[in-house]
Design a protein around this ligand. Structure first.
Ligand SMILES: Nc1ncnc2c1ncn2[C@@H]1O[C@H](COP(=O)(O)OP(=O)(O)OP(=O)(O)O)[C@@H](O)[C@H]1O
Ligand SMILES: [Mg+2]
Length: 106
């Protein structure tokens, strides 16, 4: 968890994610445990890009049961802890596919 008053160090990865999101349907943020992945990807939350975490067992269950349906239900989203769903599917190559920032922490 990030303390609301914490002063955050700037992350060069943030610029890379910004650039990648301009033309890449799926952007994966990978890094060591407690390396700041969640904090970084949450900077990209907006009205159109919601944050979803597979740490939520209800969400995880729905992904496991129907990964394609889960993806269809998304427009743009940040999906955290995707490693919890081994069947999490990358979107198809259609131009209307969701933009997903994945936060993978192994
Ligand atoms: N840019 C930053 N500057 C300073 N501290 C940071 C920064 N980013 C994250 N932190 C701190 O590092 C800790 C871990 O952050 P965070 O939860 O985002 O990491 P994570 O990689 O998602 O962790 P996990 O592997 O457990 O999912 C938190 O205490 C957070 O406040
Ligand atoms: Mg995290």
């Amino acid at each position: 968890m990030t303390a609301p008053t914490a002063k955050l160090f700037p992350r060069c990865a943030a610029d890379r994610v910004t650039t990648a999101l301009k033309d890449t349907p799926v952007v994966m943020v990978n890094g060591p445990r407690q390396g700041g992945k969640t904090t970084l990807v949450r900077e990209f939350v907006s009205r159109d890009r919601t944050y979803i975490t597979l740490d939520d067992d209800t969400v995880l269950e729905s992904v496991r049961n129907d990964p394609s349906g889960f993806m269809r239900g998304l427009d743009m989203a940040i999906v955290d802890e995707v490693q919890r769903a081994q069947n999490f599917c990358a979107p198809s190559r259609s131009p209307s596919t969701p933009t997903v920032v994945r936060d993978v922490s192994y």
